[in-house]
Design a protein around this ligand. Structure first.
Ligand SMILES: [Zn+2]
Length: 117
């Protein structure tokens, strides 16, 4: 994990970029078998560890970290700005209005980027 966070922050440093992270409210482990206590630990611990790790390393290098509310990020068309749940079907992004298609991760990056600029 440390190597991944270092690589991420080092990449941001090279490009003098801010680091944007998602507010992950709905991170749930979908297993009825796991206990509430275990479920809670799985949900919160690793994520918080990663976040504080990144924040610290970014701070050391004089970089900003920004937390972004990703509501609608994955269902908004970066081309025509149409917001529709139907834009995202089976983990594929295709705009119902203008037919714009792209990898859903790239759609999210574009939407976050345009919101922050
Ligand atoms: Zn569109």
């Amino acid at each position: 994990m440390k190597n991944v966070t270092t690589a991420l922050v080092e990449t941001a440093r090279v490009y003098n970029a801010d680091i944007v992270r998602e507010k992950l409210k709905d991170m749930k482990i979908n297993s009825r078998k796991s206990s509430r206590k275990l479920n809670y630990r799985l949900q919160t611990l690793p994520y918080r560890k990663i976040i504080s790790n990144i924040d610290y390393k970014a701070y050391e290098r004089g970089l900003n970290t920004i937390e972004d509310d990703t509501k609608r990020t994955s269902i908004t068309c970066p081309s025509c700005r149409s917001v529709d749940k139907e834009n995202m079907i089976d983990n594929k992004f295709k705009c119902k209005r203008c037919r714009f298609e792209l990898n859903p991760h790239h759609v999210a990056y574009l939407n976050i980027f345009s919101r922050l600029n």
